[in-house]
Design a protein around this ligand. Structure first.
Ligand SMILES: NC(=O)c1ccc[n+]([C@@H]2O[C@H](COP(=O)([O-])OP(=O)(O)OC[C@H]3O[C@@H](n4cnc5c(N)ncnc54)[C@H](OP(=O)(O)O)[C@@H]3O)[C@@H](O)[C@H]2O)c1
Length: 223
């Protein structure tokens, strides 16, 4: 695992809500970097406890509320249709904390590309911030596949992780987290910029289904 040693985020305990592909990928990467991580789930027996047992030291499992309580910083990694229930369980424990929102409000249509349940004049990032008015929501990690999410290795160096959120101090911490995981953080502005970031996830998926590969990232080149 090629990771940068600098820029280690000061928040050492991280709670992840959602124990699926994204939760386990970020969780395992962060444990390898020395963080203590709790994966939260509606039913921890399903995959959070097996994950923690498999990963071992530094890995913990619990409910969404327990993961939110455990984390000095939280990451939201649930399927969109269960996100409201997950954040409702965790709302009190997330008050005042940075919440990294990796979700996409995807609606699936069989073999066709998914569409967005919220778009144009709203976004999942904004909805999450409305559900958690006392938390500091930063959108990140939503427009990259799990295969490249931790320590992406490209010849031209770290790719860009586009982030957005209303609070500068929170974005600084999330920017550090991105660098720690092998990314350049590119701050797009306030949380309304999630309206731009969530369609990027569908672009990522479209490229993936066209190429039948998961090894790409969307980045920015500047002359
Ligand atoms: N997969 C990717 O490459 C990727 C990349 C970037 C962003 N995202 C976004 O990140 C979020 C998580 O993605 P993921 O791939 O990790 O999702 P996932 O593995 O399909 O599911 C994540 C979690 O959502 C809950 N969930 C999923 N299906 C459920 C169902 N039928 N009934 C009840 N709960 C269900 C579970 O939560 P509990 O653990 O609480 O039970 C599950 O652990 C999504 O919003 C996705 O759009 C995904």
């Amino acid at each position: 695992l090629r990771l940068r040693s600098e820029g280690i985020v000061s928040k050492r305990r991280i709670g992840i809500l959602g124990s699926g592909n994204v939760g386990m990928t970020l969780g395992s990467g962060l444990v390898r970097l020395g963080y203590d991580v709790m994966l939260g789930s509606a039913d921890p027996r399903r995959s959070a406890i097996p994950w923690a047992t498999h990963v071992g030291r530094g890995a913990h499992a619990g409910t969404h509320a327990e993961a939110a309580q455990f984390g000095e910083l939280a990451i939201l990694a649930t399927r969109w249709h269960v996100t409201q229930a997950a954040v409702a369980d965790a709302r009190a424990a997330l008050a005042g904390k940075i919440v990294v929102d990796a979700t996409n409000p995807l609606v699936f249509h069989g073999h066709d590309l998914p569409t967005l349940a919220l778009a144009n004049d709203d976004s999942a990032g904004e909805q999450v911030q409305r559900w958690l008015p006392q938390s500091r929501v930063v959108k990140a990690f939503n427009a990259v596949g799990v295969a490249q999410m931790v320590a992406p290795a490209f010849r031209d160096g770290p790719p860009d992780m586009f982030i957005c959120g209303d609070e500068l101090a929170a974005k600084r911490v999330v920017g550090e987290l991105c660098r720690t995981l092998g990314w350049n953080a590119f701050d797009l502005g306030g949380i309304t910029r999630a309206r731009l970031l969530e369609p990027l996830a569908i672009l990522w998926i479209a490229i993936s289904s066209q190429r039948r590969q998961h090894d790409h990232v969307l980045t920015m080149l500047v002359q």
